[in-house]
Design a protein around this ligand. Structure first.
Ligand code: ZN
Length: 502
């Protein structure tokens, strides 16, 4: 191979080495760090992040890439080498288009935004957050202008999280989903059939929750030789090396679902990270495709597998043995109905799998309007309430449980929300394709066989890394472009019978 290619990839591997150290420090910060060590840890992480950014914008990368231009024409763009050159060029162009002063301004505004957001949320006072949010929106617009876009400034922001996807395409698919989901959710909400949620609110010893959660994560394929489960306030999954994936959860002694389904969700993310090719670590073929594809893996294991009848045919005896007092006399069907409760609610992170996407659609529509200047920050809380009334039939009593509930906008993460729904849409499409190709997935799950699905995911989704874009992967794996049909038919097939509506 061309010597420039070797220099380019060696440089990228060293950047990944440095970045993985920063990841480890950040995992530690969110799990074990003593309170007084926070300030110095912030300095450590800021310093390392600055070094990583400087390496990723190193002018030598531009020189190596331009020397590789001629060679690139002969490379298959989907081969490991082709994808490496193509995507490193893309990354380098994007990063070097944004002036250093703007990068720093966004970083400062995001730190201030998160601080003022936390205080404003605590006091339920949106006006205290309005100024910092206005500043973030202004800077994100400047970022979009610096990077450039085809159609709408929002395209440039979305591209940070879902490379190659467009606002127009996502808007079309989510609008089609919304039109059918709003009446479906309203019909379910009107059903007189309701689960007994008290089942899940009994006492569940935390040590037993941990044991059961780990058993479930291991059963679906999370490798504890190459990963760990720890406790945190806001659960996440982080990888800090090809054989080191950390998942986290939080326990509620009086609510079964938080930790159990949280662990399945984060294990789903971890299984994806563990399925990427170690020998390509730090290079595009060894990197996850997009946040939406990452979320498709967590959602698939959490919801399509973990909240299925078949999963609990296999797993319920273990849950009953872990919690004999709480679940020993509860019929499996009652437990199944309780973990699949659907009802319009105010808080996104607590929403069920059917209503969840409406929370996302609301945020996606509002943040586009903010970036496009068709909505002012002052009018945001009112617009929020109106959309909740319109799509979910409920209205938040205050801004703390309304427009102030998520950290994302204050943290400068604009264009991030739609990746959650993309994850659900991709998951439904991949799962339908897996069922089509493998057949009898339910019977396999009921027998405790999750490896058949895992092997399929490894081959189809994990191993290619970034050699294909999310859009290309969905088409090649499922034979169809991204659409709302698979998700909607999966929700109908599951919930209409459950609520006696079929
Ligand atoms: Zn997730």
């Amino acid at each position: 191979m061309n010597p420039c290619f070797d220099q380019l990839t060696q440089h990228a591997r060293e950047t990944a080495l440095l970045n993985s150290v920063a990841e480890l420090l950040q995992w530690d910060e969110r799990t074990l760090l003593p309170a007084a060590a926070g300030t110095y840890r912030a300095e450590q992480v800021t310093y390392l992040s600055g070094q990583v950014h400087a390496r990723r914008t190193d002018p030598r990368i531009g020189e190596w890439l331009s020397d590789l231009q001629a060679a690139q024409a002969d490379l298959d763009p989907h081969s490991d080498a082709g994808a490496t050159v193509r995507l490193m060029q893309r990354d380098y162009d994007k990063l070097t288009k944004v002036p250093q002063s703007l990068v720093e301004a966004i970083s400062r505004a995001s730190i201030l935004g998160q601080q003022t957001w936390a205080a404003a949320r605590k006091n339920g006072d949106f006006s205290a957050f309005a100024g910092p949010l206005q500043e973030i929106i202004k800077l994100k617009r400047e970022q979009a202008e610096a990077v450039g876009y085809l159609d709408a400034p929002y395209d440039a922001l979305l591209d940070d999280y879902e490379p190659g996807e467009t606002t127009a395409n996502v808007a079309t698919v989510l609008e089609e989903l919304r039109q059918e989901l709003v009446p479906l959710v309203a019909t379910i909400a009107d059903s007189p059939r309701r689960p007994d949620l008290g089942i899940l609110r009994r006492k569940f010893n935390i040590a037993d929750q941990e044991r059961l959660g780990k058993a479930a994560a291991a059963a679906i394929g999370f490798d504890f030789e190459r990963g760990r489960l720890d406790v945190t306030d806001h659960p996440f999954c982080a990888e800090m090396g090809p054989d080191d994936c950390r998942i986290t959860t939080r326990y509620d002694e009086h609510f079964f679902s938080t930790a159990f389904f949280g662990i399945l969700h984060e294990a789903g993310h971890g299984i994806y990270d563990q399925g990427l090719r170690s020998d390509q670590y730090g290079l595009p073929p060894g990197t996850y495709i997009s946040l939406g594809i990452h979320e498709s893996q967590s959602r698939m294991w959490e919801n399509l597998v973990g909240r299925s009848h078949a999963f609990w045919r296999h797993f319920y005896p273990q849950a009953q043995a872990a919690f004999p007092a709480a679940l020993g006399s509860v019929p499996r069907e009652d437990f199944y109905f309780a973990i699949n409760d659907v009802r319009p609610s105010l808080i996104r992170v607590e929403a069920d799998e059917a209503t969840y996407n409406l929370h996302i659609i609301i945020r996606f529509e509002l943040e586009q309007a903010l970036i496009n200047n068709t909505l002012t920050v002052a009018d945001l809380p009112g617009a929020w309430r109106e959309k909740y009334r319109h799509y979910l039939g409920i209205e938040p009593p205050d801004d703390a449980d309304g427009v102030l509930q998520d950290v994302h906008w204050g943290a400068g993460l604009i264009g991030y929300f739609p990746t959650y729904s993309l994850g659900n849409l991709y998951a439904a499409q991949f799962f339908a394709a897996a069922e089509n190709q493998l057949g009898g997935l339910d019977d396999r799950f009921a027998e405790g066989d999750f490896g058949t699905l895992l092997d399929w995911l490894r081959e189809q989704i994990h191993r290619p890394g970034q050699c294909y874009s999310a859009r290309e992967l969905v088409e090649s794996v499922t034979g169809l472009p991204l659409g709302h049909e698979a998700l909607l038919s999966q929700l109908r097939a599951k919930y209409l019978p459950l609520y006696g509506l079929d």
